[in-house]
Structures are given as structure tokens and as C-alpha cells.
Design a protein around this ligand. Structure first.
Ligand code: ACO
Ligand code: KIV
Length: 509
């Protein structure tokens, strides 16, 4: 059996279905570029029939990515499949991914179709997709709750209609490794044409078993793993790409399998995603969390000093956690900043963007003693990879005290080229800032979530703020970082308002 496991990354599709993980076109393109560098075999770039914005994003990614496949997801119906093909047809290696549920509960209640009708839809949809695109993947949605003999029929129907990849997802995170392995093995063994397709696995983490289930399915013969960076995805998330790749790598002795992943790009890829979506990586997250290579207790430290392998099953360097010894500060020049950016894997800035970042670093260094790697990454994401804004924060000043008076804020904003200033009140400084911005913009979004995270240590740390706003059925998350958390809060709120306005116009969302 083939000893290569293909890595199908769905960060930009299923990952983006994670609440608050919406990305704009620039951000998606940047991430797609990074995924290509990471060496994934296929990037699922989106669901083109779901909106004009998704269509544009998938199309732009298909035209930009050169070295791996680009897939678009489609329901098993001609209009979705046609739209997907329109979006991906210029890719060097396009793939249509079409899906249809096969479990009794989905067929009866969601699709309202008889099993025979579902098989007929699979045949028609896959044939149509194959008439357009050389590579077609079929997913039997909710496979883990499907009848195993019906799954065999569905897989055979899809393969006979032209599918070359058959995915058997654990859509609702219900599977247990031993049962799931048995199911995958059963379908591969009993499908008479299984040798004409690669079998694939796609798991969700509702019971915290997505990585275990993925590895069990691979052990049973699946040779494609559908995964996302940091495991982001619908509900509790998808399977973490970095965990599956490193499990296969560290336990080569067991699996005897290879992926095409450039392991040293794992950490930079996950960091980039975290910066783009504005969600910090939890400290205890396997492989990439802040504590993953930290050794706290004496016996462990003693062992580490004598031989690192006593307590480390992989090195931080092997996944790209390399700290460079160049310290960036107010006296650093362009060469040092360039070299630091390279060590952070930021290598694609134009000269103009580089100057923008260099000046932003200098400005930050005037206010802050130590510039950490995270400060620089956060500046790059904030300054470079963003869409043009309708509103821009020009200045913010607040007054608040411990007595009973309300807090006051005075704000000036550039609103579509015009400068507007206003002052107002709030129960605290952040409330006052948000009220005044909403007042200037004559909008009244609801603040659903507000969070501050210190990106780096110390009292002069960059405070990264994420704020989730909802208005007229649109929910977005804005993000900003600054060493002053009032300013980062104001910027994050303005960022969210820019996202709302873009979403209203459906501009590349
Ligand atoms: C497991 C997964 O992650 S699946 C992917 C999930 N991703 C998304 O849903 C992307 C975002 N979705 C959307 O933008 C919208 O739901 C759209 C554009 C896809 C469809 O919108 P609408 O046409 O308004 O349909 P709506 O979402 O209300 O209902 C889905 C319809 O598709 C049908 N359907 C669901 N899956 C499939 C499928 N794989 N193939 C064919 N039909 C399907 C449902 O039965 C329902 O049909 P009905 O309207 O006859 O009852
Ligand atoms: C469309 C399929 C692959 C999916 O996302 C799921 O079943 O979770």
C-alpha cells in the first residue's frame, strides 16, 4: 500500500466556519501562500457557491497558488458544481470537492431523500463534476453515522462516476478510534473499485478525538487527511494539521508513512493563522502552544540538562520554533530588521511594505523597551495584509477616575476621507470609546465579545484586542494591537466596523 499520506488543508473552508475566524481576501491569499510553502498537497480554498466574496477568494487563490491542488467545495448539484469550476478552473491543479450526506438522519430530515435518490444524486453530481475537472473528490457527509453497506454503495457509485478521492467524514465528531478504523477498513475492503481511489478522512473534535480518529483511519488505509492549522473549524474544530503531521513523523516506527509537509514551516504557519484571525494559541496546545517545549519541574530540568531526549520527543527547531538572537530596538537598521523578518518567515514584502514596517517598528521602539517577535508579526498583519478601510482612527483620548463620574472619550476619525471629531461618555473608558465611535459613524452595533490579550510580556506589552460586533444580522470580529490598550480597543472597534461595511457590500468576504 502507498506509504504517502496526502495532506488536504481546509483551514480556508471548514476552518473559516469557526465562529470569529472570518478572513478577508488579502488574509486568505497570504495564508494560501504560506500553506503552499508548508507543502500541503491540496488547499480547500472555500465554498464558491456560498457567496460572491467566497467565489472571488477561491478564484484569486486558484490563480495565485502554483504548486499544489486548489479545491472548492460544492453541494452535489449542478449549479454549485458549475460555480466551483468557474472559480478554480485557472488553477494549475484544480479539484472539485462535492459532498452529500449518507446517514439515515441526514437523508430523512435534512435532504428529505430516499437512499436510492441519494445514490442517483451522487452519480449525477460526480459525473457532471468530472466532465469539468480532472480531479473530483466525493465526501459522504456524516459517514460515521451511516450504514456501512450503504457507504460501500455510495463510494462505489462515486468512483464509477469518476471520483478519484473518497472522503468518509466524521462530520459531527461522534466516532471512536476503534469503530472508525473498522468502518474505513470495511469500506475499502468491500468497495469493489476501491483501488481506483484514494480514501480520505475528515474529523471533527466534538469529543476531543479528531486526531486519534484521523490516525486510526490512516492505520486502516486512508491516505488523505483533511486537517486545519491549529485545528480551527466548525463547532469544536477540525483535526489539527500540525498534530497529525508530527504524530506520523515522531512515530514513523509505527506508521511507516510520509507526508510532503515541510515541518519547519509548521510553527510559522500556525502563528500566521493566529495573528490573522486574532485568536491566541492556547499555551497547552500540543506542538505549537507556548508551554509545549517548556520544562518547569526540577526532575525534568535535570533530565533535560543531561539529555534533552529524556523529556522531549521532538525538538522545537524541527517544527520551526527558532528564536533568532537579533534584538530589534530603536537603534536597529534596515538590514537587521530584514534579517529578523526573514527569521520570522516574512519574506514577501514589497520594498514599499518593508519601509512601512520598518517605520512602524521604529515608532514602536520609541515607546517600548523591547520589541518581541510577536510585536513584529502583529505589526505586519495589521499594517500590510488588510483591505483598504472606510474608517480610520486618527486620535483617541480618555479620562476616567475612581470617583463616581462617568468616563469621557474624545475621538477623531477619518470617515471616507472626511475628518470627524466628537466626545462622549461611558461607564468606563472602553465603553466611552466605543460609544463615541458608534456615534460618529451613526451606527449602533451590539458588542458581543471583547477580549484583551497581552501579546508579549511586561507592562509595556502589545495589548491585542479582539471585539465581536453584530449589526443587522452581520457578525464580525475586529482586531488590533498597540502598547496602549485603549488605543488597541478603539482600533479593534474601528476594524470591526470596516469589516461590517465590507460585508454589507460583500466586498471579497
Ligand atoms: C459539513 C459541512 O461543513 S458542509 C459545508 C457547510 N458550509 C456551508 O453551509 C457554507 C455556507 N452556506 C451557504 O452559504 C448556504 O447554506 C448555501 C448558499 C450553500 C445554500 O443556501 P440556500 O440555498 O439558501 O439553502 P439553505 O442553506 O437554506 O438549505 C440548504 C439546502 O441544501 C440542501 N443540501 C444540503 N446539503 C446538500 C448537498 N450536499 N447536496 C445537495 N443539496 C444539499 C438541503 O437539503 C437544503 O435544501 P432545501 O432548501 O431543499 O431544504
Ligand atoms: C463537507 C465535508 C467534508 C465536511 O466538512 C464534513 O463532513 O464535516
Amino acid at each position: 500500500m502507498n506509504n504517502r499520506v496526502y495532506i488536504f488543508d481546509t483551514t480556508l473552508r471548514d476552518g473559516e466556519q469557526s465562529p470569529g475566524a472570518t478572513m478577508n481576501l488579502q488574509e486568505k491569499l497570504r495564508l494560501a501562500e504560506q500553506l503552499e510553502k508548508l507543502g500541503v498537497d491540496c488547499i480547500e480554498a472555500g465554498f464558491p457557491a456560498s457567496s460572491q466574496g467566497d467565489f472571488e477568494a477561491v478564484k484569486a487563490i486558484a490563480e495565485k497558488v502554483k504548486n499544489c491542488q486548489v479545491a472548492g467545495l460544492a453541494r452535489c448539484m449542478e449549479k454549485d458544481i458549475e460555480r466551483t469550476w468557474e472559480a478554480i478552473k485557472n488553477a494549475n491543479y484544480p479539484r472539485i470537492h462535492t459532498f452529500l450526506a449518507t446517514s439515515p438522519i441526514h437523508m430523512q430530515y435534512k435532504l428529505r431523500k430516499e437512499p436510492e435518490e441519494v445514490l442517483a444524486m451522487i452519480e449525477k453530481g460526480v459525473k457532471f463534476a468530472r466532465s469539468l475537472c480532472p480531479v473530483v473528490e466525493f465526501s459522504a457527509e456524516d459517514a460515521s453515522r451511516s450504514d456501512k453497506d450503504f457507504l460501500v454503495k455510495a463510494a462505489a457509485t462515486a468512483i464509477n462516476a469518476g471520483a478519484t478521492v473518497i472522503n468518509l467524514p466524521d462530520t459531527v465528531g461522534y466516532a471512536i478510534p476503534s469503530d472508525y478504523a473498522e468502518l474505513i477498513g470495511y469500506v475499502i475492503k468491500n468497495c469493489p473499485v476501491s483501488d481506483k481511489a484514494v480514501f480520505s478522512v475528515h474529523c471533527h473534535d466534538d469529543l476531543g478525538l479528531s486526531v486519534s480518529n484521523t490516525l486510526a483511519a490512516i492505520g486502516a488505509g486512508a491516505r488523505q487527511a483533511e486537517v486545519t492549522l491549529c485545528g480551527i473549524g466548525e463547532r469544536a474544530g477540525n483535526t489539527s494539521l500540525e498534530e497529525v503531521v508530527m504524530a506520523l513523523n515522531v512515530r514513523r516506527d509505527l506508521f511507516h508513512l510520509e507526508t510532503g509537509i515541510v515541518k519547519e514551516q509548521l510553527f510559522p504557519s500556525c502563528r500566521l493563522l493566529s495573528m490573522i484571525i486574532g485568536k491566541p494559541i492556547p499555551a497547552n496546545k500540543a506542538i505549537i502552544g507556548g508551554n509545549a517545549f517548556a520544562h518547569e519541574s526540577g526532575i525534568h530540568q535535570d533530565g533535560m540538562l543531561k539529555n534533552r531526549e529524556t523529556y522531549e520527543i521532538m525538538t522545537p527547531q524541527s517544527i520551526g520554533r527558532i528564536s533568532s538572537d537579533i534584538v530589534i530596538g530603536k537603534h536597529s537598521g534596515r538590514n537587521a530588521v530584514r534579517s529578523k523578518l526573514e527569521s520570522l518567515n516574512i519574506t514577501d514584502l514589497t520594498e514599499e511594505q518593508f519601509e512601512q514596517i520598518f517605520n512602524a517598528i521604529k515608532a514602536l521602539a520609541d515607546k517600548k523597551k523591547t520589541i518581541h517577535d510577536e510585536d513584529i508579526e502583529s505589526l505586519v498583519v495589521g499594517e500590510v495584509y488588510r483591505m483598504p478601510d472606510s474608517f480610520k482612527l486618527l486620535s483617541v483620548s480618555v479620562h476616567s477616575s475612581t470617583d463616581i463620574l462617568p468616563a469621557t472619550a474624545a475621538i477623531s476619525l477619518e470617515v471616507k476621507g472626511e475628518i470627524k471629531c466628537r466626545a462622549g461618555l461611558g461607564v468606563g473608558p472602553i465603553d466611552a470609546v466605543f460609544n463615541v465611535i458608534a456615534d460618529i459613524l451613526e451606527r449602533s452595533p451590539e458588542v458581543e465579545r471583547y477580549a484583551v490579550n497581552a501579546v508579549t510580556g511586561g507592562t509595556d506589552a502589545q495589548g491585542e484586542v479582539t471585539v465581536t460586533l453584530a449589526e443587522n444580522g452581520i457578525t464580525v470580529t475586529g482586531r488590533a494591537s498597540h502598547h496602549d490598550i485603549i488605543t488597541s480597543s478603539a482600533k479593534a472597534y474601528v476594524d470591526a466596523m470596516n469589516r461590517i461595511v465590507r460585508k454589507e457590500k460583500d466586498e471579497n468576504y
